[in-house]
Design a protein around this ligand. Structure first.
Ligand SMILES: [Zn+2]
Ligand SMILES: [Zn+2]
Length: 363
């Protein structure tokens, strides 16, 4: 049926020829336009291209092609931020549409709370767990990759406030392997997602699969992951998590030391699982984890946090207690050296009201 149609948004840019750039640009535009117009099922691709990310030519950028402001038609958020949210979150502005950024490249319309409800998002049953699966045998990253699985599983459970199950590993489908791609072959991420579709049991609220193999889609050199808007499946790769960290302010590059690979893994895992709950790319607040990013350095500059609007979408959908969630995330952050996130989560927890039944009042 119509809702099963898939559209892809390319997230990322790089050493692709001009023809491909045009195709990718139009793919994003057509995707968003059709999705908003007809309410069709949308799949979002979370791409990061081969480093160094190149600044796209002026001709290729959305702004240059259309001569419009990048946030022209973005509606104001329709959620009143509570607690400490307002002090941390700044609205996105035209100044964020810098050359080479995701917003300069692709037309985004955002998603208000009203639009989110109207779209008929994936709803999670009250007690439905989420699941993390592993594809392959860590042939590439070995123990380094294997060691990230458990923290990612635990974090997903805390972030979405669901029991998070670890599924039995499954083999990578040989048909998805392309020996001609990349330095030593890559897996076709769309083919992996096709295999995964239908594999998420009805009893699961969402299923995410991780592999340490390098992934690609037809039009880009590699992808970080893909998350489907309506089929409750997603896949992401650990392959690029250990790449050097580039600091755009100083122009310097440094090795990715712990906890940076973990932080990157958590960002992409949360982002793709967010798409599985039909949360669109965020264009409302700066540095939201649901924002599209056009390069690894843009992704690094983003945060691991949900903005007030996207937080409200998931709270409404998943029925979690924000204070409990923030407390548990802060504890996780302290344990894994995610100190700046831990401070944020703790401050958010302290600012949230106690649940009515936790206040100690006689009922
Ligand atoms: Zn995305
Ligand atoms: Zn957001």
């Amino acid at each position: 049926m119509a809702r099963s149609r898939r559209y892809w948004i390319a997230k990322g840019w790089g050493r692709v020829d001009e023809g491909r750039r045009q195709v990718l640009g139009w793919t994003g535009l057509i995707t968003v336009s059709l999705a908003l117009t007809f309410g069709l099922s949308v799949a979002i691709a979370h791409f990061v291209v081969e480093a160094p990310a190149l600044v796209p030519s002026e001709e290729a950028s959305y702004l240059a092609r259309h001569g419009r402001r990048c946030l022209d038609r973005v509606a104001d958020p329709d959620v009143e931020p509570a607690g400490a949210f307002p002090q941390f979150w700044v609205r996105l502005g035209e100044e964020d549409c810098t050359p080479g950024s995701w917003l300069a490249q692709f037309r985004e319309f955002g998603q208000t709370m009203e639009q989110y409800r109207a779209e008929g998002p994936n709803r999670a049953e009250l007690d439905a767990p989420i699941a993390l699966g592993v594809m392959g045998d860590f042939r590439v990253r070995g123990e380094q990759g294997r060691d990230l699985v458990e923290p990612v599983r635990e974090f997903l459970g805390l972030y979405f406030q669901r029991e998070a199950l670890l599924e039995s590993p499954v083999a990578l489908p040989p048909a998805a392997w392309n020996p001609e791609r990349g330095a030593a072959g890559q897996y076709d991420a769309e083919a992996l997602l096709s295999v995964l579709k239908g594999s998420c049991a009805d009893s699961r609220a969402g299923c995410l699969t991780v592999t340490d193999e390098d992934l690609y889609v037809n039009t880009l050199q590699y992808v970080f992951g893909l998350g489907h808007f309506h089929r409750r499946v997603g896949v992401f790769s650990m392959y690029r998590l250990w790449e050097d960290v580039h600091n755009p302010e100083t122009g310097t590059t440094a090795a990715a030391r712990e906890p940076e690979p973990l932080r990157r893994a958590l960002k992409v895992a949360v982002h793709e699982m967010g798409h599985e709950f039909t949360v669109a790319h965020c264009v409302h607040y700066r540095h939201c984890v649901m924002a599209g990013t056009n390069s690894l350095s843009e992704s690094d500059a983003g945060s691991l946090m949900l903005c007030p609007l996207d937080h409200e979408k998931l709270r409404w959908n998943l029925h979690f207690d924000p204070r409990v969630r923030f407390e548990k995330l802060a504890e996780f952050g302290r344990r894994y050296g995610l100190h700046r996130e831990a401070r944020y989560w703790q401050e958010m927890a302290n600012s949230m009201p106690l649940a009515p039944n936790a206040a100690g009042g006689a009922l």
